[in-house]
Design a protein around this ligand. Structure first.
Ligand code: NAP
Ligand code: NAG
Length: 339
């Protein structure tokens, strides 16, 4: 008994050490920020939706360090201002990794700007874009990052199923209204944050608002498949404009995305341990977004799917051109771009 007790204890200890080692040895995902890349984004304006939390926030931090002017498009001004204040504080604390201040009077880092944007409201998207077009002379990178994951059945202000409405339709209108600014700033980039869970979705045109039946997992996957089809159709439409658009999956990342998941109290410590050991940190999860937004390696690349800063294959259903076109046409009608 005693022997097996000791063995179990040792096994548990070994497991914990292994998990800790995994955490601290770090990931194999390439890091972009660092001396060589400092200033890479200087003079460039980047808009990130949902930049106050998780992957979006880490993306904002990284691009800020590369010198970009980062506009945080967020639905809650107070949460966004708090996140911006923390990012600025982190930057001051860590020191500016930019160029030698003696050589560069502006310092290396860029600036953060908070603007209100609720993707669950077409009125808010339109108001946001009006302000963008009035105040911003250029837009070099748009990162469609905000997302809702497996919420209970809810509708947006305009009556769309929430996940399809925010993850796809809100971003669809946003991108279309900013396309002129992106084109006049070319070469410019659109980066779309999707998920590997797109595999479990389908575009069921007969019930896009899920009024006949609602399955929260299916609707999340459907919205993430829509992100990919949107990317591919937009890339096709933008051929020859020097505006590129690519889509990515960030991996499994420890963020606030699971806010609608109900984990039983007793399972919570185990879940926390597993997520701490195996999930990416937001900084790791943001690497592919930062790569697609800034790396010279993907200059001119468009319509592709990425994970861990590398191109990946898509299932045929995510490459179906006729579904992509039909989704585009219906989305135009749904958001009121065309009647
Ligand atoms: N975490 C993962 O494992 C994982 C895996 C695959 C894909 N992704 C994708 O990664 C992206 C970022 O998610 P995350 O993991 O970083 O989650 P997160 O921490 O929950 O961040 C999501 C962001 O989206 C914002 N948002 C939600 N609804 C919005 C609306 N109506 N209008 C404007 N902004 C809204 C949230 O704002 P509030 O803070 O105000 O709620 C938050 O800033 C999502 O597109 C998600 O689908 C994540
Ligand atoms: C909900 O959708 C998911 C993903 O498409 C599927 O695996 C699951 O079986 C569905 N659940 C129900 C109750 O239909």
């Amino acid at each position: 008994m005693a022997v097996s007790g000791v063995a179990a204890l040792l096994a548990a200890l070994g497991g914990a050490l292994w998990l800790a080692a995994r955490r601290f040895v770090g990931s194999s995902v390439p890091r972009l920020h660092g001396g060589a890349d400092a200033g890479l984004m200087r003079g460039k304006t980047v808009l990130i939706t949902g930049a106050n939390s998780g992957v979006g926030r880490a993306t904002a931090a990284a691009l800020l360090r590369l010198g970009a002017r980062v506009i945080m498009g967020c639905r809650d001004r107070a949460r966004a201002e708090a996140a911006a204040a923390e990012l600025r504080r982190d930057l001051r604390r860590d020191g500016d990794p930019g160029l030698d201040p003696g050589l560069d009077p502006d310092g290396g880092a860029g600036e953060l700007v908070v603007k209100e944007l609720d993707l669950a409201s077409l009125r808010s998207v339109r108001a946001f874009c009006r302000e963008m077009l009035q105040e911003e002379p250029r837009l070099d990178v748009l990162i469609n990052n905000a997302g809702v994951f497996q919420c209970p059945y809810m509708k947006t202000e305009d009556g769309f199923e929430m996940q399809f409405g925010v993850n796809h339709l809100g971003h669809f209108l946003l991108t279309n209204l900013l396309l002129g600014l992106l084109k006049s700033s070319a070469p410019s980039r659109v980066v779309v944050v999707s998920s590997k869970l797109y595999k479990y979705g389908d575009i069921n045109f007969e019930d896009l608002n899920s009024e006949q039946s609602y399955n929260k997992s299916f609707c999340y996957s459907r919205s993430k498949l829509a992100n990919i089809l949107f990317t591919r159709e937009l890339a096709r439409r933008l051929e020859g404009t020097k505006v590129t658009v690519n889509v990515l999956h960030p991996g499994i990342v420890r963020t606030n995305l699971g806010r609608h998941m109900h984990i039983p109290l007793l399972v919570k410590p185990l879940f926390n341990l597993v997520s701490w050991a195996f999930f990416k940190t937001p900084v790791e999860g943001a690497q592919t977004s930062v790569y697609l937004a800034s790396s010279p390696e993907v200059e001119g690349v468009s319509g592709k799917f990425f994970g861990d800063c590398k191109e990946e294959e898509l299932l045929p259903k995510a490459m179906d051109e006729s579904v992509a076109r039909k989704l585009w046409d219906i989305s135009e009608v749904m958001v009121g771009i065309v009647q």
